[in-house]
Design a protein around this ligand. Structure first.
Ligand code: AMP
Length: 636
């Protein structure tokens, strides 16, 4: 296996000749006011990129393309939920975004204010995001699968004054009553937004309405049609958006994003990593509620002058050929999705892949969770194109590890997301000291500081969380911890081995065990609970819960009732994607003598594995009981 030398040299320059490298990359975007300083790292661990420069994400994604691309499609929208298809050219996108921005201004939103967006995959989600950043309003998109309680927490933390939603969303034909859920969230929130802006799709005839607070987008749109809203020129370091993600605490963290650094990072990754040409079509089959949807569903392709595709629907409805049909229909050249989606498609009729002409597709990118080799080989052979794994986090906003097809043909090592991307000083370090380990030794994947442009400059309203939780983990050095175990081989390729903390990854979506456990414990009959992420063939990991009831349950009926109730508490507080795969009612949780729940042992038992060293276990009977329950269920 030859090494990826040219790409490695390219990336290395971003570290050794940092300021020159990034000022060259910064030329890919428009600066209304030039940059004074490329990187200010005078207050470690915090860094500020392109200080003094003024720019705007919306201007770079939309306005800038009007002279040459006004008639080029900017966004193709296709929904198999409502059987609709619509294309917006860059000119039309410009008009829609200006109108949306005018509506937001009429609701009193000004630079620095926050708006929460709780929308399905409809074009208005992109209009709303772009309109916010156009006028300097910080948006926080909340995935429309989140439940009211989760939405309320995010509204409160962001102190949002406007909530943007729709009447309903649809998932495989099933109605998600978004406006009703939004109303519940507003009732739960401590700081109610002043206005709830509703994109009414006309799909809920009895949409609830609160006069004086709720605003019908269609009515306001008419009033503000054709208005032009001037771009706010933001400091490069000013915030563009917040995106909440789960961690080890029960409260989700607001990942903050700047403006200029993010724009440059996206332009760089679009050019060298995703390597699509302006004018071509990119299809990120990811919801706008997640990091991929932000970076490569909206901002990245548009900044690069590419057309983006918004798809509302499942990958297997009406059948498993729908994505390939979209590729054929819009001549998609770059596609991005998750390993879970590929595993789902692998279970479909293979003939569906051959039914459509996918010859426009140059490369497929996968991220969000480990990619298993059999599924990678299957899709690589089926499509006959490079399938490029890439590793990153909501916090970083763009890939940490990947390959650079623009620099050299990708040299893929199955099972590895590749090499560190420009500006990422990635190292495998000792989990305690932070000292760099030799090749092929397992350690924590950490990043030298400063983090490259585009990565979170801090946690929203919580500098301490950034400096202590993310950057203060090791005793001997200041490094950013990804909290993932990994190894690096002698060629410099990294292999991800899983999280080192209590974070579960279900189909690429991150969930904190604490969040789940606290939710379960809110049930009046529950004494304590442990949640673990057990390996799952389709989704990578699935949530298995072990629950101790306050009082003994006399029969299997009362157990089943409690299990059902716990399931509905989790779904109604966290959202349907957090639905546990198994809920076991047990007598006691295995704990250490100091009272710490032994999740490692519970997980091993849940996966039917050996539990390893249990010398710290207080009560071995508790673990034995769990093992018996699991064995009985599996018929082992
Ligand atoms: P999120 O911020 O929700 O995208 O989750 C980030 C986490 O997902 C990482 O810390 C990893 O644990 C996991 N992850 C993301 N991409 C990959 C990948 N390509 N291979 C393995 N794990 C990944």
């Amino acid at each position: 296996m030859s090494t990826s030398l040219r790409a490695q040299e390219f990336c290395q320059r971003a570290l050794t000749d940092r300021d020159n490298f990034w000022s060259e990359q910064a030329k890919a975007i428009h600066w209304e006011h030039p940059i004074d300083q490329v990187c200010d790292f005078s207050r470690p661990p915090f860094s500020r990129w392109f200080v003094g420069g003024k720019t705007n994400l919306c201007y770079n994604a939309v306005d800038r393309h009007l002279p040459g691309r006004a008639a080029q499609p900017a966004l193709h929208f296709i929904s198999t939920e409502v059987e609709t298809e619509r294309t917006f050219t860059f000119q039309e996108l410009y008009d829609e975004v200006n109108t949306f921005a005018a509506v937001l201004r009429s609701l009193g939103l000004r630079r620095g204010d926050r708006a929460v967006i709780y929308l399905p995959m409809i074009p208005e989600a992109a209009f709303a995001m772009l309109a916010c950043v156009r006028i300097g309003v910080i948006h926080s998109v909340v995935f429309a699968g989140f439940a009211p309680a989760a939405l309320a927490t995010r509204i409160d933390d962001a102190e949002a004054t406007v909530l943007i939603t729709a009447d309903i969303g649809l998932r495989g034909g099933k109605v998600v009553p978004l406006k009703r859920l939004a109303d519940e969230a507003v009732a739960l929130a401590k700081l109610s937004p002043k206005s709830v802006l509703v994109c009414n799709r006309g799909l809920d005839p009895k949409i609830p309405w609160t006069e004086g607070r709720d605003v019908d987008y269609a009515t306001f749109r008419k009033d503000h049609e054709k208005e032009v809203v001037p771009v706010e020129w933001l400091e490069s370091t000013e915030s563009s958006y917040l995106l909440y993600t789960s961690g080890t605490t029960s409260k989700p963290k607001g990942v903050q994003r700047d403006t200029g650094g993010y724009a440059v990072a996206l332009a760089t990754s679009m050019q060298y990593l995703f390597a699509g040409e302006p004018g071509e079509v990119m299809f990120a089959a990811a919801d706008v509620g997640w990091a991929v949807g932000h970076s490569y569903g909206v901002y990245g392709p548009l900044i690069h002058g590419m057309t983006t595709v918004f798809y509302e629907g499942l990958p297997i409805k009406p059948d498993g050929g729908i994505w390939w049909k979209i590729v054929e229909r819009f001549h998609v050249s770059v596609m991005f999705t998750s390993p879970t989606a590929i595993r789902t498609l692998k279970r479909q009729d293979p003939a569906l892949l051959k039914k459509y002409d996918t010859s426009s597709l140059q490369r497929l990118y996968l991220a969000g969770e480990p990619m298993d080799e059999p599924s990678w080989s299957w899709i690589s052979e089926a499509l006959g194109i490079p399938v490029i794994d890439n590793y990153w986090q909501t916090e970083t906003g763009w890939p940490i590890l990947a390959l650079l097809p623009k620099i050299e043909p990708p040299k893929i090592k199955p099972g590895s997301p590749g090499i560190p991307m420009p500006g990422y000083d990635a190292r495998i370090v000792d989990p305690t000291t932070g000292q760099t380990l030799p090749p092929n030794e397992k350690g924590i994947l950490a990043l030298g500081l400063p983090l490259p442009p585009g990565c979170m400059p801090t946690v929203w309203k919580d500098d301490q969380m950034f400096s202590e939780h993310y950057c203060g983990r090791f005793s001997e050095v200041h490094l950013y911890s990804t909290f993932d175990y990994a190894i690096q081989d002698e060629d410099g390729y990294f292999f991800i081995l899983g999280r080192s903390d209590d974070v579960i990854n279900v189909a690429g979506h991150r969930l904190g065990t604490r969040e789940i456990e606290e939710t379960i414990c809110s049930h009046p009959q529950v004494a304590e609970a442990a949640a673990v992420g057990a390996s799952d063939e389709l989704k990578g990991q699935a949530i298995h819960c072990f629950v101790v009831a306050k009082q003994d349950l006399p029969d299997s009926d009362s157990q089943a009732r409690l299990q059902k109730e716990i399931e509905s508490v989790v779904v109604s507080n966290l959202g349907a994607f957090s639905r546990p795969a198994a809920i076991h009612i047990i007598r006691a949780l295995p704990k250490t003598r100091s009272g710490k729940i032994l999740r490692r042992a519970i997980l091993a038992a849940a996966e039917g594995r050996e539990t390893g060293d249990l010398s710290t276990l207080e009560d071995p009977v508790a673990l034995e009981a769990i093992r018996e329950i699991i064995q009985k269920q599996a018929g082992r």
